[in-house]
Design a protein around this ligand. Structure first.
Ligand code: C5P
Length: 215
């Protein structure tokens, strides 16, 4: 039998990773957090102060880096960075890195190799349109900007970051704009994806809605 693959795309804060983790557990699928991979390479570029406009430097950092997903954790060059990739500093920088074609090509290659011969749920921006265009199921999650900002604000506040809903809203808006406007594999709903607006819905409601489509 063919492997099952679920593509879950959408803008920042739409609830993709929370939902994907639950569905992965219920359906015994491997969860692949592609955003975490872009965040990890962005973290390395930040740490090393690399100039992202220099193609040679990007090439060098990509070939000298290892990114591994293990369960819900991510390792950069063998070091656990699950928490560090979610700081405001990385939030503000990651889309600038993710728009570079060289970076995307490397990450997509990695994503496809992790997904090969496995039943997977992958979340990101270009999964249904580019990474696995023949996915078994495709979903596109959205929510109002107010709700998305509120969710991210609560997450950051709970981790102890000093921020405001307004600041988070601006960060999300900027990130979405860069993700939508980039040339290579931008954030876009695949034509055959099912769109789910999660505004005002509980996590459990959205999980059930998705599982219903998969029956
Ligand atoms: O999903 P998450 O918010 O962690 O993604 C962080 C960033 O990584 C996105 O804003 C986007 O710039 C980039 N990304 C991407 N393609 C993906 C997943 C994430 O460009 N498939």
């Amino acid at each position: 039998m063919d492997n099952i693959s679920i593509a879950l795309d959408g803008p920042a804060g739409a609830g993709k990773s929370t939902i994907a983790k639950i569905i992965a557990k219920r359906k015994n699928l491997t969860y692949i957090d592609t955003g975490a991979m872009y965040r990890a390479i962005a973290l390395k570029i930040l740490r090393e102060g690399i100039d992202i406009d220099k193609e040679e430097s990007i090439q060098k950092v990509l070939s000298a880096s290892s990114i591994d997903l293990e369960g819900n954790d991510i390792f950069l060059d063998g070091q656990l960075v699950t928490e560090e990739i979610r700081t405001p500093k990385v939030n503000n920088f990651v889309s600038h890195v993710a728009r570079i074609p060289l970076v995307r090509m490397k990450m997509v290659e990695l994503q496809r190799s992790i997904a090969a011969n496995k039943n997977v749920i992958m979340d990101g921006r270009d999964i249904g349109t580019y990474v696995i265009p023949n996915a078994t199921y495709k979903f596109y999650l959205t929510a109002s900007i107010e709700e998305r900002a509120k969710r991210r604000f609560i997450e950051l506040r709970d981790k102890g970051f000093d921020t405001t809903i307004e600041i988070v809203k601006e960060e999300i808006k900027n990130r979405d704009k860069i993700d939508i406007e980039r040339e290579f594999a931008p954030l876009r709903k695949a034509e055959d994806a099912i769109e789910i607006d999660t505004t005002g819905k509980s996590i459990e409601d959205v999980v059930e809605e998705i599982l219903n489509y998969m029956k």
